[in-house]
Design a protein around this ligand. Structure first.
Ligand code: LMR
Length: 407
């Protein structure tokens, strides 16, 4: 029998996560023509989450091997952590060989961001974290949730759809040493607009000379231009001597969302520092969730340590990337056919990765969902990997209706 007065009366209802609540609403939607273009999930041509062949083989091998499931070490599986470093920084990177990178296995990219945020709060308590305007909603939530103060740097120009690179650089040039700058390695979420290599080359000396701490989020390695190409910025930062935190995720590129597999790597000046930093990352993990889960990391480890499985995986990933590009082209073609020069959709072709910032307003996003069952994020972010040959025409027609036939 509960006592009369609720001790939890002051607890407010959760307004819902702007992205995950759309996934829930989509699943409840009974309309057969519905299309999910909100959450960052890769769907295949048949509208299914793929099970990659390399992952299936790895799962079979693990199932056959059987064995008990004790706790993993706090920092995760040693071989997996090494494979993470090799994939993120490249096998022969000097920082890898010099053992000056501290890597822990994490619960996806979000877990890496949280452990990194706790590490920053503990060791740089007064540092402000600067995030791009706009960025993934959960960046702000995770960083503020760790008690950090967060500021925005200019990034995306709503009017032109271009990067506000000069304004971004000017802002970062004024930051005090020890400020943290959250950067997207590639496939910027939500805009799909990345820095060019020339822009990175202008940015990196500012970061190094001012003593800023880059916190790089790489959740989509392989979805932009390739596994190595998408990690170029991370490697260039390490080459230039930046001391950086790098969060990486295998949710999308292994289609292992629910396994929660990722890593946090901290690039240090030398191996002795990396060893102390690793200890403090372990302390942060232990305070959060004690130690990571095993199965997802074992799957990724199996694939990455086998030349054959790794090649198969890279080919599957290339196919996913190319399919997204083909869908970008199809949607562009359909919209261009209707609007001609009255409205420019070329951004669909130049933006990179899963997402496009469409400029579709919140009211139009609501109409797309309510009238046509086409789900975008409130900001107008569209997940291109939800498109297929079967639905792209339907989506284009819905967009045409909502944007106004006469435009
Ligand atoms: C997204 O941005 O849609 C993904 O990163 C999934 C998520 O957790 O928000």
């Amino acid at each position: 029998m509960p006592s009369a007065k609720s001790l939890f009366a002051h607890v407010l209802p959760f307004p819902g996560d702007p992205i995950l609540s759309l996934m829930e609403a989509f699943e409840q939607d009974p309309r057969p023509a519905k299309v999910s273009l909100s959450i960052g999930l890769y769907f295949d041509e048949a509208g299914r989450l793929p099970v990659l062949d390399s992952v299936r083989q790895a799962a079979q091998a693990l199932a056959q091997a059987g064995g008990p499931c004790g706790y993993l070490p706090i920092e995760g599986i040693a071989a997996y952590r090494q494979l993470v470093q090799n994939l993120v920084f490249g096998d022969d990177h000097e920082a890898v060989r010099a053992q000056r990178i501290a890597t822990v296995q994490t619960l996806g990219g979000s877990g890496a961001l949280k452990v990194g945020a706790d590490f920053i709060k503990h060791h740089f308590p007064d540092a402000e974290v600067w995030i791009s305007d706009p960025t993934w909603d959960n960046h702000l939530a995770i960083l503020e949730g760790a008690g950090l103060r967060v500021q925005n740097y200019p990034y995306y120009d709503e009017v032109t759809g271009a990067l506000r690179f000069d304004a971004m650089l000017q802002t970062l040039q004024r930051l005090p040493s020890g400020s943290v700058v959250l950067l997207h390695a590639s496939c910027h979420n939500p805009t799909g607009v990345d820095l060019s290599r020339a822009q990175w080359e202008a940015l990196i000396p500012v970061i190094v000379d001012r003593g800023l701490i880059p916190f790089v989020d790489m959740a989509y390695q392989g979805f932009g231009d390739g596994l190595d190409e998408d990690a170029w910025s991370v490697r260039a930062l390490a080459d230039a001597g930046a001391q950086a935190l790098v969060a990486n995720s295998f949710s999308k590129n292994f289609s292992l969302y629910g396994e929660r597999v990722g890593g946090l790597s901290v690039v240090c000046n030398d191996a002795a520092t990396a060893s102390r930093v690793l200890g403090q990352l372990k302390a942060a993990v232990r305070r959060n969730y004690s130690s990571p889960p095993a199965q997802g990391a074992r799957l990724v480890q199996q694939v990455l340590q086998s030349r054959e499985l790794k090649e198969g995986w890279a080919e599957d990933l290339a196919r996913m990337r190319e399919r997204i590009k083909a869908m970008r082209a199809s949607l562009h073609e359909a919209l261009h056919e209707h609007f001609g020069d009255r409205r420019d959709f070329r951004f669909l072709l130049t933006q990179r990765g899963m997402f496009s910032y469409t400029g579709i307003t919140e009211a139009q996003v609501n109409r797309l969902r309510d009238e046509h069952g086409v789900y975008l994020v409130r900001s107008g972010r569209m997940c291109m990997s939800g498109l297929s040959r079967a639905n792209v025409r339907y989506v284009a027609d819905a967009i045409i209706k909502v944007l106004g036939e006469n435009q």
